[in-house]
Design a binder for this molecule. Structure first.
Ligand SMILES: Cc1cc2nc3c(=O)[nH]c(=O)nc-3n(C[C@H](O)[C@H](O)[C@H](O)COP(=O)(O)O)c2cc1C
Length: 195
C-alpha cells in the first residue's frame, strides 16, 4: 500500500507566524513517524470572501477547487489556527466555506471533508494558546460532518515555548503533539481502509 499522506495547513500568512512555526514542528513529528507530509500555504489559494452572488455568476473559484483536490489527495489534515477574538481567522473559515461548495463528478458537497480525519492545533502568546479558536473550529468542522480527532494542541505563551534548538521546551506540549500526530495517523489509516 502506498504511504500515508498528511496535509498540514497553517491558518496564517504572516511572516514570523507562530502558527506556521508550530506547523513546522508538527511536520517534523509526522516525518519522524514515517508518513509523507505536505505543507501548503493558503497564500497559494487566494479566495474572495464567500458571496453567493459571486458563486452564482462566476462559479466556484479555481483555487477552491485546487484546495479541495489538495485535501482529497491526502489521507488526513492538520489545521494550525491562530485565534482572532476567540475565533479562527476569516482566512481559514473562508477557505473551508469555499471547499464545501466544490462539487466534482458525482460527489456530494463537502464529501472531501467527511472522508478523511482532521486534527487541530493553535499557537498564541496568550495563556490559552488559541484554545477558543479550536473549540469553534471543531464546531465548524463537526457541522460539516468531518471527523475531528480528540487530541489537540494549543500552544500557550508560544514565544517562550521553544528552546535554543527550536524544540518544544515543555514535555507536556511535546507529549500532546506526539499523541495528536499518532492519533491522526491511526484514524487516517482506519478511514483509508474503509474508503
Ligand atoms: C484581530 C486580532 C485578534 C486577536 N485575538 C486574539 C485572541 O482572542 N486570543 C489570543 O490568544 N490571541 C489573539 N490575537 C493574537 C494572535 O493570537 C497573535 O497575533 C498570533 O501570533 C497570530 O498568529 P500568527 O502568529 O500565526 O500569525 C489576536 C490578534 C489579532 C490581529
Amino acid at each position: 500500500m502506498a504511504s500515508l499522506k498528511i496535509l498540514v495547513i497553517p491558518g496564517s500568512l504572516r511572516s514570523g507566524s507562530r502558527n506556521v512555526r508550530l506547523a513546522a514542528t508538527a511536520i517534523a513529528e509526522f516525518a519522524e513517524a514515517g508518513v509523507e507530509v505536505t505543507r501548503v500555504s493558503l497564500a497559494d489559494f487566494p479566495l474572495p470572501i464567500y458571496d453567493g452572488d459571486l458563486e452564482a455568476s462566476s462559479g466556484v473559484p479555481k483555487h477552491a477547487i485546487d484546495l479541495k483536490r489538495m485535501i482529497g489527495s491526502h489521507h488526513g489534515v492538520l489545521l494550525v489556527s491562530p485565534e482572532y477574538n476567540s475565533a479562527p481567522p476569516p482566512l481559514l473559515k473562508n477557505a473551508i466555506d469555499w471547499v464545501t461548495r466544490v462539487s466534482e463528478r458525482d460527489e456530494p458537497l463537502g464529501h472531501v471533508l467527511r472522508t478523511r480525519p482532521f486534527a487541530l492545533a493553535s499557537a498564541s502568546n496568550g495563556r490559552f494558546g488559541g484554545a477558543r479558536s479550536l473549540a469553534m473550529l471543531r464546531l465548524i468542522l463537526s457541522g460539516c460532518r468531518a471527523t475531528v480527532i480528540p487530541t489537540q494542541l494549543s500552544l500557550s505563551f508560544a514565544d517562550q515555548a521553544y528552546d535554543d534548538m527550536d524544540r518544544l521546551r515543555h514535555g507536556a506540549d511535546l507529549d500532546t503533539l506526539k499523541a495528536m500526530v499518532r492519533q491522526l495517523i491511526d484514524v487516517a489509516q482506519q478511514m483509508r481502509q474503509h474508503d
